[in-house]
Structures are given as structure tokens and as C-alpha cells.
Design a protein around this ligand. Sequence first.
Ligand SMILES: *Cc1c(COP(=O)(O)O)cnc(C)c1O
Length: 455
Amino acid sequence: MADPVALDSVARREAAVRAAVEQGLVGPDAPVLGLLDVAGVRDAVRALREAFATEGGGPVLHTFAVKAASLVPVLALLNEEGVGAEVASPGELELARAAGVPAARIVFDSPAKTVGELRDALAHGIAVNADNAQELARIDALVAEAGEVASPLGIRVNPQVGTGAIGAMSTATATSKFGVALRDEGAEQWLLDAFRTRPWLTRLHTHTGSQGVPLELMAEAVRVVYELAEKINAQAGRQQIDTLDIGGGLPVNFASDEVTPDFAEYAALLRKTVPGLFDGRYALVTEFGRSLLAKQGLIAAHVEYTKTSGGRRIAVTHAGAQVATRTVFVPESWPLRVGAFDPQGRPKTAPELVQDVAGPCCFAGDLVARGRELPELAPGDLVALYDTGAYYFSTHFQYNSLPRPAVVGYVVDEAGAVTFAQVRPAQTVAEVLAESGAGQPAALTGLRPAGARAR
Ligand SMILES: *Cc1c(COP(=O)(O)O)cnc(C)c1O
């Protein structure tokens, strides 16, 4: 059942598709476009904030996992709503800075931080969660070098609680590459010692996985890490660990417009499973990505041709593996709903037929939907890939030298009038050339071993 907010967002979405067609933002000459519902983003942040309020108003920092929508205007919108940034590379860090996110609201997590990246983060007071013992040794050296650092520092722990529905997205398995594996022999004692000997370590971090991890498993991981924090604080005889970073990973429902599970449901389960988490003794950090943005975005694509092949009805569109990479390559884990719109951008009402929806890439598996019942598509129609506001705009695949599509944000007034703002222009063919070595066409034809005679 859709709640009233979801109905509102559907009405906004339909108005936006229609207006995008009328304004030529998508159509025969602009075959694919990302659209982001700005009001939907603000609503999602409000829901998150309400769900995670601590007793007595203890500090809660919500950060956004930048990889889920690495677009500066999106980060700036979230920053305006008080949401910081979880970054995992120098590029993501610079995006957060360009969006005006203050250092105090940035968390740097990556399993492969270089010494240079660590030094930069520490010099700017950015929070860092060490992934492993070797990284902690690097941080030791940098702390010694600097004397004192402003950055809140912690360790990422893998509570090894198990796998969710998607193995590749489960980060708290027995053998995950992330964090200090807590249940390995000697690991807990190593962690206790690490904190005992480093009074400046003040945080524990965990992130159980993205999409497909059951809420119970996520809450169990937080409970395990909370209990470790309690042990460390008992050992120290003071609140050495003052902040728990519980990561992101709330799964998104890709089957309908209903927001389920929602932030309130997860927070309620956490309150039940780990009551001490919200009593105000610990500051909290969260790092949600998909659950903040997925439902706020869609990809609209022009239908170029329709055909049948071996009795299969196929609509050839401009949205395929270049924008829906995971959906195309791992369709069982990343199914998407597809909407059908007529050439004026109105929802199509033709009788439904079983169809495949294909993309433009030159390989047979480039399908975003297989055997799907949809109103019969015709050339000039549009398809909309729903729930693509997270990851799909930023996890591009440059197959066939296809350009990254434009992304626009939209707001809709009470009368249904839509206003757009460009978030990212479409990549031009000149830009594709530039990043494909067009500046040095003779680089290889003129290359000879150092000792070789010229021909
Ligand atoms: C990817 C990631 C997140 C965000 O995950 P979502 O499923 O998008 O909420 C948060 N924290 C870390 C460390 C991550 O790697």
C-alpha cells in the first residue's frame, strides 16, 4: 500500500517526465536523462533525522555515502539539510569539499588509504576509521609526527555476523575484506590493547553491507560493536569511545513505490536490540546512501526501435549497461521497475504485453528487463527506470564510448508546474575523445624500445 507521501512523489515524478519531454530534455535528440526529485530528497532526510533522534538530543551526525550519488549539487543539497559525507577516495573527498561540506561532517573510510590520503585527512580534522592493523600503524606515525590531531579517529570492526542476500554486497561475513575481523582468534584482545595504548582512539565503526542484508543482521552487528565499546570503556574507566559509527546499508524496496523498510523501522529495531545506543552516552554517526536517494531518482530513455526476434518482443532503448550496469550484469540481484510513457511523456495506457527492454550496448545481454508485462512500446515512447536515484547516476560504465547522461533535479508546485535545474550536463563526444587518448593519437605508432634503430 502506498502512503500519501509516496503518492505525492508519484504525481511529482509524472509531472517531471512530462515537462522534461515538453522542454526537450529527453527525446529523440537527448535519448537518456537522469531526474532527481529534490523534495523527495529533503523528505528522506527529515525521516532519517526523526528516526534516529537520541534521548536528550545527544549528537547524531548523518553522513551520505558519496559513492551512491557522486554529484556535487546533490552533496550540497544534503549538506544544506545537515547531512555530511562519507568518502572513500581522494575524488569523493574533493566532491564533498566542492559541495561545501565542512570537515567536521566528513568521514573517511576506505580499505586502501594511502599515507598521503591519511596525512591530508588528519591535517584537516576529517574523521578516519582505520581498516586494519597496518593502517593503524601508519596513523600512529602520523599522530606522532603531528603531536596532536583534530581528527576523530576510530577503527572499523567486522562483527562477522554473516551474509545477506547479495554476497558481493555483504561486508560483515567471516572473510570480508573490510575492517578488523572481531571473531578471529586474538582479535578482540588486540582491539582492547589498541585502545588501551592509544587514548586518542575514540570511535568504533561498522557497516554490515549494502542491499540484501536483513535488518536483524544489521542490528546484531551494531549490538556486537556496541558491546565492544562498553568493554573498551570499562577497561579505560572512562568514556574513551564517545562515538559509534553504525554505517549505512538500509535496503531499498525496488518492487513498488512503498518505502519499506523505512528509517523508523530500522531505528525501532535498533532501540530494541541495542537500547544503550540511544541513551545519549554515545554520539552516533550514520552513513546511509541508497536508502536516502534511490526512490528520489529515475532514468528516462527514448525508445528508438521495437522488433520481435524468435517470437520475443523487444524495445530497443537508450538505457542499458552504461547507466544500469549492475542491473544488466546481475539482473537477479538488481531488478528495476520500468514505466512506459508515450511520446508526450504521459503514462502509457495501451494493453500490456510481455516485452524485453534492451539498452544500446553491443552485447546480447544488454537488457534492463526481460519478459516484462508493459503497455506495448513503440518508437518515440519513453521508458522510465524507477528507483535509480542512488548508484545509477554515479556508477557509470563507459562501454561503447557511450557518454554519461545529463542529470536534472526537479521541484513541482501545487499546480503541477515543474522547475528543473541541471545537476550534471551530458558528457559530450569531445569529452569522451579527450579521456580516450585523443590528445596523443601517435603515442603507440611512434613507440620504440630505447635501444632500437629508427625504421
Ligand atoms: C557503501 C557504504 C555505505 C553506504 O551503503 P548504502 O547501502 O548505500 O546505505 C556506508 N558506509 C560504507 C563504509 C560503505 O562502504
